[in-house]
Ligand binder design. Structure first.
Ligand SMILES: [Zn+2]
Length: 319
């Protein structure tokens, strides 16, 4: 596929927010045309999404009057009667991504007893993900200030944050956070714990749902530069986001067999995490685990790559 073809493919898919993506499937954009009152037309049916601005429409075959409904879509106008569209899933079918928006298991009791948490959950359930995200983020920050980064309450709040990010058009940030929490939960709670399994599933769904593995790697590569160090003297939230984005780019490159690129990204992420959190922080341990995954995927015959990985592992050891 030529690079410009890929760009064409991914742009319309990325216009829709996570919630609208979850309700729909990729489809060729509905084309509308009528000649002498014969043709197809998109007619109103559903509400406008406040997140991505897509509208619910039904594609009708027109024969003087709307005659046969051809499918339900969520559409965003591209101007000039053209639309980006995703087809509504029929009946009660749900998409793979829907799983990532379902309730996460094992909510810690202290959170259920918390008024702000219940308020955030109500906002989430009443389809106000942006307001829910703000509250979940506030709670996460205050909990991270007093608890370990891999405390079950912090893990849960990060998962809620990732869901809200997914629903508010921050798909890359959501994916990076789901992946991070999946590894943190595996290291802290064990691979078979329901929270670990749920987070890993959500991360997998988020990675697969809206684009091809190759396209995902190049999208993340555009967002994270592996040749420049992540500046750690900026806002902590921005640094943390860059670190997770680099780790996510490492995993995306690993999935398409680009081990050397994956190593660059995770090396960068580890360097920044060392500086920001220190070597023994649970978030640094997550990145070290990602480095371990990179090492396992590397060709043992490639001596240069093996030497680079070894040097990286030596540099970023726990103290
Ligand atoms: Zn939407």
């Amino acid at each position: 596929m030529r690079p410009d073809r890929e760009a064409e493919y991914v742009e319309p898919a990325d216009l829709f927010c996570g919630r609208c993506t979850a309700m729909t499937e990729f489809a060729t954009a509905p084309s509308t045309f009528t000649v002498s009152m014969i043709g197809t037309s998109l007619l109103g049916w559903g509400s406008r999404c406040r997140e991505c601005g897509s509208d619910g429409r039904v594609l009708w075959l027109i024969f003087g009057i709307p005659l046969i409904p051809l499918g339900r879509y969520r559409v965003i106008s591209a101007g000039g009667g053209e639309y980006y569209g995703r087809k509504r899933l029929a009946g009660r079918r749900i998409s793979a991504l829907t799983a990532a928006l379902q309730p996460a298991p094992d909510v810690p009791a202290e959170l259920l007893a918390d008024k702000t948490y219940r308020q955030a959950d109500e906002l989430w359930l009443s389809a106000e993900p942006r307001d829910a995200l703000r509250l979940f983020e506030e709670m996460r920050a205050s909990h991270e200030a007093t608890l370990a980064a891999d405390d079950p309450a912090v893990i849960h709040l990060r998962l809620r944050g990732a869901q809200a990010l997914l629903a508010t058009h921050h798909k890359h940030a959501a994916l990076a956070l789901f992946e991070h929490v999946a590894t943190a939960a595996a290291l802290r709670l064990g691979l078979d714990h329901p929270v670990t399994r749920w987070a890993a599933e959500a991360a997998g769904r988020a990675a697969e749902s809206w684009t091809s593995p190759k396209q995902l790697a190049s999208l993340l590569a555009a967002a994270a530069d592996p040749t420049a160090e992540i500046p750690t003297d900026q806002d902590v939230r921005a640094v943390t986001h860059q670190i997770r984005l680099h780790a996510s780019a490492a995993r995306a490159h690993l999935r398409i067999g680009k081990v050397k690129e994956a190593l660059w990204y995770v090396d960068n992420a580890l360097g920044a995490s060392y500086e920001l959190h220190g070597p023994d922080h649970p978030d640094t341990a997550v990145l070290r685990h990602t480095l371990h995954t990179v090492a396992e995927a590397a060709n043992p015959q490639d001596k240069n790559l093996q030497a680079e990985i070894h040097a990286c592992q030596q540099t970023w050891q726990p103290k």
